[in-house]
Design a protein around this ligand. Structure first.
Ligand SMILES: Cc1cc2nc3c(=O)[nH]c(=O)nc-3n(C[C@H](O)[C@H](O)[C@H](O)COP(=O)(O)O)c2cc1C
Length: 133
């Protein structure tokens, strides 16, 4: 890695990022059962954290199962959080090894919710996406 890419920097909040490499949010779509995180998420981020990234942004982790971005999104809600507590801890531990930052993208898909998931998604306004549905 070039010297600049390898330079650490501090955010105003005090968090220090070890280099300038950030993995973009990429939806995993591998949740199981009741939209649960599992060992597969930990395995994936364990591998990425081995890649010397400064920040790993997770894919969408949803707060409302009626408005997913896609099938098999992880959802954390009052009905399932206890069932995936350990898996979420393992995912976090895997993605933060080697002094890597793991930033969970906490999401609500809003108007980007696919019609096959919800034909009347909840969104801040009733303006639909161009060229969709
Ligand atoms: C396979 C794939 C999955 C993605 N999933 C998400 C996601 O879950 N959340 C998000 O905000 N952006 C997602 N994106 C968008 C990327 O994070 C990124 O913003 C986008 O690819 C633009 O970056 P690029 O110009 O370097 O490709 C995804 C992109 C790809 C290609």
């Amino acid at each position: 890695m070039s010297n600049l890419m390898n330079q650490s920097f501090a955010l105003p909040c005090g968090q220090v990022i070890k280099n300038r490499v950030c993995k973009a949010a990429m939806t995993e779509r591998i949740a199981k059962g009741n939209n649960l995180a599992h060992q597969g998420h930990a395995n994936l981020y364990d591998r990425w954290a081995d890649g010397d990234m400064g920040i790993l942004l997770t894919g969408n982790v949803q707060i409302d199962r009626r408005n997913l971005e896609g099938p098999a999104n992880v959802v954390i809600d009052e009905n399932n959080y206890k069932d995936q507590y350990d898996a979420l801890k393992d995912w976090s531990a895997a993605g933060t090894k080697n002094n890597t930052q793991l930033w969970m993208q906490i999401s609500h898909a809003g108007r980007q919710t696919p019609g096959e998931i919800n034909s009347s998604p909840l969104a801040p306004s009733n303006i639909g996406l161009k060229n969709s549905r």
